[in-house]
Design a protein around this ligand. Structure first.
Ligand SMILES: CC(C)(COP(=O)(O)OP(=O)(O)OC[C@H]1O[C@@H](n2cnc3c(N)ncnc32)[C@H](O)[C@@H]1OP(=O)(O)O)[C@@H](O)C(=O)NCCC(=O)NCCS
Length: 155
């Protein structure tokens, strides 16, 4: 009974290999250039922080963060298109910032496309600042697109 209730609830939990079909369904609809399932498998295998937000047994969003040598790097943050603008991305971000602190990181960094105004708005609300530009970082329809490098100091 408790397992059923837990499955029907909502909250943040670790991502597992068994979730990857659901993740890929979101990933392929959330991005023009989605990660492959192999990238998610590699992130789980090497022990990156891989978490998802689930509601009534359905994954609504997920993210991936690496932590090493006092630096955290948010590598992926995605919310199911039908569930965006409901606070799920913010919940996942807050969770990752807590995790980064728990891992004694001093700084959290991430890259974002300059064209991704909704993500930039979310990151700015979380306190991130632009600290640089990575030229030709992302694939794009017309060649490559720069990435903005954003950072949040945890001091
Ligand atoms: C970016 C993303 C993760 C945000 O998740 P979300 O659950 O929709 O975000 P939230 O509901 O927590 O919104 C938090 C803030 O983000 C900004 N935001 C989110 N969606 C927005 C939109 N469509 N337009 C403008 N601002 C938006 C707003 O500032 C919002 O605060 P507000 O609702 O008080 O105005 C989600 O839009 C997404 O998955 N996008 C596709 C994948 C992607 O681009 N990921 C980021 C890669 S760097």
């Amino acid at each position: 009974m408790s397992a059923i209730l837990a499955r029907q609830g909502s909250g943040i939990r670790p991502l597992a290999i068994a979730d990857l079909d659901a993740v890929m369904d979101i990933e392929s609809r959330a991005y023009d250039f989605p990660w492959t399932q192999g990238i998610f498998r590699d992130c789980l295998r090497v022990g990156y922080c891989c978490w998802c937000y689930e509601n009534d047994g359905l994954i609504q969003g997920y993210g991936v963060m690496s932590v090493a040598a006092g630096e955290s790097h948010i590598l992926n943050l995605s919310v199911r298109p039908e569930s965006q603008r409901q606070g799920i991305g913010s919940k996942l971000m807050k969770h990752f910032l807590q995790l980064a602190r728990r891992h004694d990181a001093d700084i959290v960094m991430l890259e974002v496309r300059p064209s991704n105004v909704s993500a930039i708005s979310l990151y700015e609300k979380m306190g991130f600042n632009e600290i640089g530009v990575r030229r030709n970082y992302y694939p794009a329809d017309a060649g490559r697109e720069d990435a903005l490098l954003l950072a949040l100091s945890l001091d």
